[in-house]
Design a protein around this ligand. Sequence first.
Ligand code: ZN
Length: 104
Amino acid sequence: MLHYSCDVCKRPIDTDHDIRHVVKIEVFPAVDDATGIGGGTTEEADHLEEMHDILERIGESDDELPFDDGTRSMRFDLCDSCRQRFVKNPLGGKPGKHLDFSNN
Ligand SMILES: [Zn+2]
């Protein structure tokens, strides 16, 4: 039987009793024409910067790729309580309330 553990709180997830939630994060450079699609480009740039900060935190123990175009595809297993916290604040925006992704 496969054992999963929550990537946030590190607790084991017993899939007989608990629901394992999967968070997939894909980050890639937005290639927008100056003409734009829909015109919300400044907002998107902000989000990309936030994601960059998070990625730096998450990725510090990961292998560094020699070529980095900013593309990331990540997958996390979350227990139910961490899933609830995550969906309320997926980017960990408020100081002191960020998710402990890098907690060892
Ligand atoms: Zn958890």
